[in-house]
Design a binder for this molecule. Sequence first.
Ligand code: ADE
Length: 240
Amino acid sequence: MMVIDILTLFPEMFEGPFQSSILKRACDRMLLAINIIDIRNFSEDKHHKVDDYPFGGGAGMVLKPEPLFRCLESLLLPSESRVILLSPQGETFNQAKAGELAREQRLTIICGHYEGIDERVRQLATEEVSVGDYVLTGGEAAAIVVTDCVARLVDGVVDAGSLQQESFTAGLLEYPQYTRPRQFHEREVPEILLNGNHQAVERWRRDQAVRRTFLRRPDLLAGVSLSEEDRRAIDALFDQ
Ligand code: ADE
């Protein structure tokens, strides 16, 4: 079982995403526990104050270090436990990072907010992660992305067949999928998918994934080892 603690000032933003579909089922089956923890509960201030004006002046408020520090302390984390701070300044999240995090038994995710957080809080985290080169109002939407992506890699959450299929085209974009009907608005399902030759289907799918990646996201190919057949699939694009 994996335990993910999410520290936030806006717990209500997590009402929904983990209460449906695959992640709900994983929590019901105790493969996963997601705890949403309100940082404000750890403020000792009588007004539950969690932010303050920045030293040196400037616009906006800064998240104070003490409530977050107390909140982290309350979790009694083992010393080697990973604490992830979500912010646009972090390393960019990707599937490899998700795979690495999914091997942990416990993850703590801090959602940054306001214009900033006290630098000493940043140092409490073992790593800083961004979900992309854009600025969100806070780390909550990013925490949903990271949790969703990591959780589906936890043993038993998604069926092994789907993950194995994914590893067949690891690092590539998806091949096209079809279902019934065979003909829709004059468009036919490719013949090769209908004739039951499993090997030919697998080869066609791999070719499609390789070509699609070459055409849309050639940058991804640097991280994929391509076979002779894969290269031929790309070369054949130029013969068309
Ligand atoms: N908080 C605000 N923007 C973010 C981003 N892009 N990734 C992670 N946390 C954020």
